[in-house]
Design a protein around this ligand. Structure first.
Ligand code: ATP
Ligand code: MG
Length: 366
């Protein structure tokens, strides 16, 4: 996939940007607070209609304006698509080739991008919720069916929780059965994804950090041993029944995939507790590379890779390892740094260079 043209207007501090990104490497450099991350955020939004920084649309619209616009031309599978996203504090609109689209699934796969930003490492140290959010989004990117079952699960969970708070619990069994049914699908799809990603993660961690440490990704749903949907369903049902008393007491469903965690392990130990900062960063980066590889397998084309603030993220050796690997892959990369890094430019042939200053981009050649 290639983003061959990009227009951003009224988005954060980007007043009016028109660029033709390079086909392979793009370096966006500039001082702090100039708009580098904002540009990556705009690219990510164009493909997913979600920000990787905030769920609040109002933050994205430039102060004093009432609308932000992002437009781009995407080359994929020998075709060209024009994507357009209009963001207003109250909502967003997506157009593909001039036609309004209303379902998230219509945009799915049109412009895939994987982002690695300093904030991502936070999910290692934070509570399970942030890892679950990551997992759900990552599964969905390559598995369009996931969104539907995830929404169903959330809807049924809400109904069941509502009933658990009621004095009259008529119908609880039916909701519990439905929860087990959709919950089993959520778990099965997550398990399938994690099994694939775990293998790729090991490979990419070695690529970035060198051999010596083994990294693992593990998803062990609470109370579930099975890996096949019907059996998962039965185990979930048993779990819900066992917990029913507690659930009634607390007025909420205390177990299930909405409470599960994704485990990050380095040499068999919890990365959260034992990994150094650099190891945690390398791990999350390897995870993102694994995701990129997985999307490549699924769509037959690599997604865009958005690497935010690379200079601060890894040591020189790990950065070199990463660049050496990226050169071998057919992938469009956007890298932001605070300086026009000579080492990076030497490593990335034909890199298009853009200077970012006060929300404006200046092309400096390639
Ligand atoms: P750093 O190197 O520190 O990461 P950066 O170049 O990535 O910097 P960005 O995060 O892209 O910086 O841009 C931050 C700038 O955007 C800040 O100056 C902030 O005030 C401005 N900004 C954020 N949201 C808006 C908005 N809605 N309207 C106008 N400006 C905004
Ligand atoms: Mg930034």
């Amino acid at each position: 996939m290639r983003l061959s043209y990009l227009v951003v207007a009224g988005f954060r501090n980007l007043e009016s940007v028109h660029i033709e990104p390079g086909q392979r490497f793009n370096l966006l450099y500039g001082l702090n607070g100039q708009g580098k991350t904002n540009l990556l955020e705009a690219i990510y939004l164009l493909g997913s209609s979600r920000s990787f920084r905030t769920p609040r649309l109002s933050e994205l619209v430039r102060y004093g304006e009432n609308q932000a616009q992002i437009q781009g031309t995407v080359e994929s599978g020998g075709m060209e698509n024009r994507l357009r996203l209009i963001i207003e504090p109250a909502g967003r609109k997506v157009e593909i080739d001039g036609k309004a689209v209303h379902k998230a699934s219509d945009l799915h796969g049109k412009l895939n991008s994987v982002v690695f930003s300093p904030d991502d490492t936070g999910m290692v140290r934070m509570g399970p919720e942030s890892r679950r959010r990551y997992l759900d989004r990552a599964v969905y990117m390559g598995d369009i069916g996931y969104l539907h079952c995830w929404h169903s699960y959330q809807r049924i969970l809400k109904q069941r929780n509502h009933l658990l708070k009621n004095l009259d619990k008529t119908g609880l069994d039916i909701w519990t059965e439905q929860l087990a049914e959709t919950g089993a699908e959520v778990i099965e799809r997550r398990l399938r994804f994690v099994a694939v990603l775990d293998i790729k993660l090991q490979k990419y961690y070695a690529t970035i950090a060198g051999h010596g440490e083994t990294s693992r990704l593990s998803y062990q749903p609470d109370g579930v041993q099975a890996t096949e949907r019907q059996q998962i369903r039965e185990e979930l049902l048993e779990l819900f029944k066992k917990q029913q008393r507690a659930d009634e007491r607390y007025g909420t469903t205390t177990v299930g995939p909405h409470r599960d965690d994704l485990m990050f392990l380095l040499d068999g130990r919890q990365l959260k507790a034992f990994g150094s900062q650099g190891q945690q960063k390398s791990f999350v980066l390897a995870l993102k590379m694994a995701e990129m590889d997985n999307l490549h397998d699924i769509f037959g084309e690599a997604p865009l890779l958005l690497l935010d603030d690379m200079s601060s993220e890894l040591d020189a050796q790990r950065n070199r390892n990463l660049m050496e690997f990226l050169i071998t892959r057919d992938i469009q990369v956007f890298i932001t740094t605070t300086e026009r890094s000579p080492a990076l430019l030497a490593a990335a042939p034909h890199c298009a260079v853009f200077h970012v200053e006060g929300g404006n981009l200046t092309f400096e050649g390639s």
